[in-house]
Design a protein around this ligand. Sequence first.
Ligand SMILES: *Cc1c(COP(=O)(O)O)cnc(C)c1O
Length: 367
Amino acid sequence: MIPITTVRFGAEEERRVIDVIRSGSIAQGPVVAELEDRFARMHDARHAIAVNNGTTALIAALHVLDLRPGDEVITSPFTFVATVNAILQTGATVRFADIHDTDFGLDAESVAGLISERTRVILPVHLYGQMVDMAPIASLADANDLTIVEDSAQSHGARYRGRAAGGFGLGTFSFYATKNITTAEGGMITTDSDELADRLRVLRNQGMRARYEYVTVGNNFRLTDLHAALAIPQLDRYEETVRRRRANAAALTAGLADVPGIVTPVTFPDRDHVWHQYTVRVTDESATTRDAFPAALADRGVGSGIYYPKLILDYDAYRGRADVAEDSTPVAARVAAQALSLPVHTELLPEDIDTIIAAVRDVAAGR
Ligand SMILES: *Cc1c(COP(=O)(O)O)cnc(C)c1O
């Protein structure tokens, strides 16, 4: 079976983790600092603040914006649930703008229609490794004095017109096991603001500036040196990782571009896609429905994933709440019924790509 994702560490990760174990200093320390420094430089950010996962990265980033109940955050309805859970933790209200079916990201026109005096934040999600069309969103934020928080959990190192993910405001990243860079659990926040970076560092460590000197009500959002050690070698080879993912994506698109019922991923010349996922849309022309696709592919030895099968508002837990507006997003609804991710990871062999292409062709044709 060709898996949809793999986790593979090398000798360098082992060595660095053992070094941390032997150092006797395993919690947040010099290795976390090294990871922050390198991650900031990779994203042209003044500051990177490591935290213990991508969800707490979002929670912390929104927390330092001092949102109050009734303040609104506009985000995508087609995302991992963490995006919305983090907004709700701050007491703010979630508004859903519609998305484009090309880059799966926020549609600025739809965002504009939701902006009111209650709006504080626009929270685009850079899904699958490709950034949202940020220019019109940045203009809206400028014109309306809003902050941008970019959920970049899937888009380490992605760029839009030369600017790195997270570079339009605050960026949040995840190092969960399936992400392009992983520490098992882990996260990062990037910002160019000295003031926000300082508040984030204090918030992450129980509100302490110096030992037992509490300057605010804080939390424990710390990453450990044990986890950070895993990420350093992955940063060393990240360019190569992305190059391989990109080559795999190009080969898949070359093999699938003419298949009726399959719409291959759309890329844009002004964006660097880091191919966290290779996501096609299965349309009505396919002989096999999207929902039946994963089992049919599995019969042919090909793993796949549906990210995400439903919109947030399709879950009862998020309906009928005063802090989740029931905005209508027809494009996102269609996309959620069509999205299907195929393996694109670095462990794929050329014959695996051929297997994936042949399997998708067969299943889409009902063979
Ligand atoms: C993975 C992910 C998160 C959450 O990150 P964790 O590290 O799992 O907490 C948030 N948003 C998106 C879009 C993600 O893919």
